[in-house]
Design a protein around this ligand. Structure first.
Ligand code: PLP
Ligand code: COI
Length: 363
């Protein structure tokens, strides 16, 4: 481990009554906890100045590279309270490794796995009162580690100073209106990421580039946009913030293969492993969007679902495009496989279903 962290507790944390009211109805990403963790990397010196402090605004030069060239990466993970009161996270080493891969792609410094885990542990320990109760369904504490180029320099080069932070936000479902099948807009005009680009890195620019498609989707009454491969516009990539799965009538569970343009989701890789518990054979391959459109109509595709840390497993109710749509036949609550995988995954995360994979990490 290269970093040590000092701790200066927030002298005026949110009061217990206000916190309880927030935890009652946290929404997603709206409220932040009392603390944050920060560390600095300087060229030639490496990582230093690790600290836990009160959550608060940061001061940044208007010339900071991140504001001009978007040299930034982040992670998304959750802390869950188990029935015995203990607090756990789901495969955090995988988030640490993905942050390292994103850093390599975006010319940012690598944060060692142990430092990443320690930063998350420290924040959750300081803000443990913000982790929702075990019996609160899918509620959890969403954790957002991120890293950005803070050096003030307008020339284009990898930043000589970088900041790493972790903040936390209590979270309920990311989609409003309870667990319901979501409606997806097929984005045929914009791509999220292209071959050789940054699609497999979790960097802010990918999300900014997905927003125009999301606006189109909202205008068509949809919850999220589906992006296709940027070269042929025929194969399914993923959503702006989730991976996609298809349950086929031949007993396969299919998801787009990792071509470098989609994010290698940790939920995605976990669902691929869980498939065998549902007697499904998992397949990663290119999926023509025509296979989706026709499959739901002719019964080859029984269920479609989206997955990710924020979304967990969310049924897809309909694919909508300019001049047409493919409604799911899985019913108003989503199909049995989707709901079975969701229950099993959430059960492992919340400690009510046995973690036979060794995925959970006590914080
Ligand atoms: N795809 C994108 C673009 C995402 O932002 C996310 C969310 O993090 C995912 C997929 C799902 O990844 P994970 O399951 O690791 O949260
Ligand atoms: C996550 O699931 O952690 C995400 O990153 C989704 C986010 C874009 C809201």
């Amino acid at each position: 481990m290269s970093l040590t962290f000092t701790a200066t507790p927030n002298p005026s944390p949110v009061g217990a009554a206000e916190r309880a009211a927030i935890l009652e109805n946290p929404g997603f990403g709206q409220y932040m906890t009392d603390h944050m963790v920060t560390a600095t990397w300087t060229k030639g010196e490496g990582w230093h100045s690790g600290e836990l402090t009160a959550y608060g605004n940061i001061s940044l030069s208007p010339a900071a590279a991140v504001l001009h060239y978007a040299q930034e990466i982040f992670e998304g993970m959750k802390a869950y309270r188990h029935p015995d009161g203990s607090i756990w996270s789901f495969r955090p080493e995988a988030n640490a490794e993905r942050l390292i891969n994103s850093a390599r792609r975006m010319a940012l410094p690598e944060l060692p796995v142990e430092d990443f885990l320690e930063s998350v542990r420290l924040l959750v320990q300081a803000d443990q009162a913000w982790v929702p109760a075990a019996d609160e369904g899918e509620k959890s504490l969403y954790l957002r580690p991120f890293m950005y180029a803070s050096a003030a320099f307008l020339g284009l080069r990898p930043s000589v100073e970088v900041k790493y932070s972790v903040i936390a936000s209590p979270a309920a479902a990311i989609f409003t209106g309870g667990l319901r099948p979501v409606k997806l807009w097929l984005c045929e005009h914009f791509a999220r990421a292209g071959a050789g680009g940054t699609g497999a890195a979790k960097c802010g620019g990918n999300y900014a580039s997905a927003l125009a498609g999301q606006i189109e989707g909202t205008e068509h009454g949809c919850d999220q946009a589906v992006f296709l491969d940027s070269s042929t516009h025929t194969f399914v990539d993923e959503l702006g913030g989730m991976n996609l799965f298809f349950v086929k009538s031949d007993g396969t569970l299919v998801t787009p293969e990792l071509t470098g343009t989609i994010l290698p989701g940790i939920t995605r890789s976990s669902v691929l492993e869980l498939a065998k518990e549902f007697d499904l054979s998992a397949e990663e391959r290119k999926i023509p969007v025509e296979e989706w459109k026709q499959g739901v109509a002719n019964g080859d595709i029984l269920e479609v679902f989206a997955c990710g840390t924020a979304a967990i497993v969310t049924p897809v109710g309909e694919l909508v495009w300019e001049g047409g749509s493919a409604p799911s036949t899985a019913g108003e609550h989503g199909g049995p496989i989707t709901n079975g995988i969701r229950e099993r995954l959430l059960g492992i995360q919340k400690g009510t279903s046995e973690d036979t994979y060794g995925w959970m990490h006590r914080l």
